[in-house]
Design a protein around this ligand. Structure first.
Ligand SMILES: Cc1cc2nc3c(=O)[nH]c(=O)nc-3n(C[C@H](O)[C@H](O)[C@H](O)COP(=O)(O)OP(=O)(O)OC[C@H]3O[C@@H](n4cnc5c(N)ncnc54)[C@H](O)[C@@H]3O)c2cc1C
Length: 417
């Protein structure tokens, strides 16, 4: 007979990835318990930019990026910042990242990212159709905005690599751009328009998906922290938490950036680093963009919703404990001021930082953990955790239920550093 603390599946982590796994497993008839150390959606899934960018196929590890970024990386206000500390795991991660910056990996990543992004795009549409999820989900496309002709041309080659996947953007210059997005400044040179991208308000998605899961019978335990797994041979026999031991036939580790320290207890070295991003959420400015804008030269995103407006971006490799740097919040608004007529809305509702779970090949880790028969991992979604959550959840469910996976899982298999 099942005990109160038993379930078919235990999901560790209440971010968008954990919720997606719980959703598809419950839909397949499994009893699911999800534990979250804080509140649901308290991690990276809260204050991110909410772009469901089906066009974002290119990985961060591109040929030439290390050479181009290496000096900037040590500048505290650079969009990509690496804190100069003696951290052996970070050093190893950076070396492996540098080794992945090659054409052959870009080709593999393009295909893999396309499969998980387009599947998620379709699954999101199904989710919003079938469940009353309230997340201000809209398909308005997204603009890569360039202040200069040079930046516009620099995106051209990237854009061509998206064409075979049907994701090439349309260039818009001058009047055509300003008619489409009147919030942009007159001196902005142009933009690339990815028509099929969507966006949503992530914290609302998490809130409303959580409610839908509770209605579907998933047991959600907030303020329940996994302290350690209890392994015996090739099985996890229990998950020991601050609220007692939980027993499940299958365990899914979906703890975002924190998955690495948890997995390290099992002597697994996941190729994961926390990459801090910053965002500022505000009321909509009077002249608010209608389409999400990614400011190409500054790597800052502006996302508008009916209920508000957010600037977000920057990537800081500085471990788990470093406090937010106020200069980086200021860098978001100064970046937006270079592109938008009205870059800031009042009042400011929230200044936030979150830790992206970044892998060194910019592909997520989804699948069985080598050496264990009942432990699965779903993490490492980097800059695309919202955009790739539904297909991740579905893939995890298919693997656990022994079904044929709907996308090729090979590029996402669990790798180690
Ligand atoms: C500034 C910024 C902008 C971004 N913009 C976008 C975007 O536009 N589109 C997009 O797709 N992605 C975007 N991302 C990335 C996206 O936010 C992440 O990829 C995604 O949220 C990762 O989800 P997750 O569920 O893996 O991790 P998280 O949301 O971090 O969830 C992991 C959860 O596990 C919990 N946990 C950790 N350890 C334990 C434990 N021991 N026991 C119990 N629970 C535990 C944590 O508390 C946390 O809630 C952005 C990120 C940032 C920072």
């Amino acid at each position: 007979m099942a005990r109160a603390n038993d379930s078919d599946v235990l999901v560790v982590g209440g971010g968008v990835i954990g919720l997606a796994c719980a959703h598809y497993l419950a839909k397949a008839g499994r009893t699911v318990r999800l534990i979250e150390q804080d509140r649901i959606g308290a991690g990276a899934s809260h204050g991110n930019c909410g772009l469901v960018v089906v066009s974002y196929l290119l990985p961060l590890c591109a040929p030439g990026i290390v050479r181009k970024e290496i000096f900037g990386m040590l500048r505290r206000t650079a969009p990509l910042y690496v804190k100069p500390v003696l951290d052996l795991d970070l050093m190893r991660w950076l070396l492996k990242f540098a080794a992945m910056c090659r054409e052959s990996h870009v080709r593999l990543a393009l295909r893999a990212r396309q499969s998980i992004l387009s599947s998620s795009d379709l699954l999101f549409q199904e989710l919003f159709r079938e469940h009353a999820l309230e997340a201000e989900y809209e398909r308005r496309g997204a603009l890569i905005v360039c202040r200069t002709e040079k930046a516009m041309r620099a995106y051209d080659a990237k854009n061509e690599s998206l064409r075979p996947f049907g994701q090439a953007a349309e260039p818009l210059i001058g009047k055509a751009l300003r008619e489409l997005e009147p919030a942009l400044r007159e001196d902005v040179y142009g933009a690339w328009y990815h028509r099929t991208d969507s966006h949503l308000r992530p914290e609302r998605l998490l809130q409303s998906w959580n409610q839908a899961l509770i209605r579907a019978g998933v047991t959600i335990e907030e303020h329940c922290r996994l302290e350690r797994f209890d392994p015996a041979g090739d099985r996890i026999t229990a998950a020991l938490t601050n609220r007692g031991a939980f027993v499940a036939r299958e365990v899914v580790l979906a703890a975002g950036a924190w998955s690495a320290p948890v997995a390290a207890q099992l002597k697994l070295r996941l190729p994961l680093q926390p990459a801090k991003g910053y965002s500022i959420t505000m009321a909509r400015p009077a002249v608010c963009p209608q389409i999400p804008c990614s400011f190409s030269e500054r790597r800052v995103v502006a996302t508008p919703w009916p209920s508000g407006y957010r600037l977000g971006g920057t990537m800081e490799f500085s471990g788990f404990a470093t406090p937010p740097d106020p200069r980086r919040f200021a860098a978001l608004t100064s970046a937006a001021a270079a592109y938008l007529k009205e870059p800031v809305g009042r009042p400011v509702v929230e200044e936030w930082t979150g830790l992206r779970p970044m892998t060194c090949d910019d592909l997520p880790l989804i699948g069985a953990v080598p050496g264990f028969r009942n432990l699965w991992i779903a993490t490492g979604h980097g800059m695309l955790g919202i955009a790739t959550a539904p297909a991740t959840g579905k893939l995890v469910q298919e693997m656990i239920c022994g079904e044929t996976p709907h996308i090729d899982p090979a590029p996402f298999r669990v790798r180690q550093l």
